[in-house]
Design a protein around this ligand. Structure first.
Ligand SMILES: [Cu+2]
Ligand SMILES: [Zn+2]
Length: 178
């Protein structure tokens, strides 16, 4: 009897663990996952890398592979409209924000769904980033007006609405189904 109760308690613990596990952002790949790719360009049209968006379990995983950018930390976000008109790329609109939050992962009222960590560019002008946005969907990203990825001149403080004081938009890319 005592043995059976211990087993029962252990099973309950496993059930709780399995349940909370589902909420963890695993970023596990999904078979036949939808994917989109964006080529990053400066206002002068210079190729400065690429970004990708891939459907994963529970969200969308974004990557950036950058080159030819100024050394330092740069704000990087998914913007709501799939347009990148120079020189200031304002046509990309604000941050992708389907859930009506404020900007920044350190903002108690944040973050936007389109908020990514800072992109760190090294002395060689290169940098990479990978982040999964829980709850995001490819259908939401690739809606009628599309989406763009934007890299800013300065670092994102991850807190100040609407864009973390990250300065001018120095590179932009429109997501295309890939
Ligand atoms: Cu931005
Ligand atoms: Zn934001």
């Amino acid at each position: 009897m005592r043995y059976a109760m211990t087993i029962g308690a252990a099973a309950a613990l496993v059930a709780v663990a399995a349940c909370s596990e589902k909420r963890v952002d695993t970023g596990m790949p999904v078979a036949g996952a939808a994917k989109a790719v964006a080529m990053l360009r400066t206002a002068a049209g210079v190729d400065v890398g690429r970004a990708s968006a891939t459907e994963v379990a529970g969200g969308v995983r974004f990557t950036i592979d950058a080159k030819g950018m100024p050394q330092g930390n740069h704000g990087a976000h998914i913007h709501m409209t799939g347009r990148c008109d120079g020189p200031d790329f304002t046509t990309a609109g604000g941050h992708w924000n389907p859930t009506n939050m404020k900007h920044g992962s350190m903002n108690p009222q944040g973050p936007h769904e389109g908020d990514l960590p800072n992109l760190m560019i090294g002395a060689d002008g290169r940098g990479t980033l990978g982040a999964t946005i829980p709850g995001a969907t490819m259908a939401g990203l690739m809606d009628a007006d599309g989406a763009a990825i934007v890299v800013h001149a300065g670092p994102d403080d991850l807190m100040t609405d609407p864009a973390g004081n990250s300065g001018a938009r120095i590179a932009c890319g429109v997501f295309q189904p890939g």
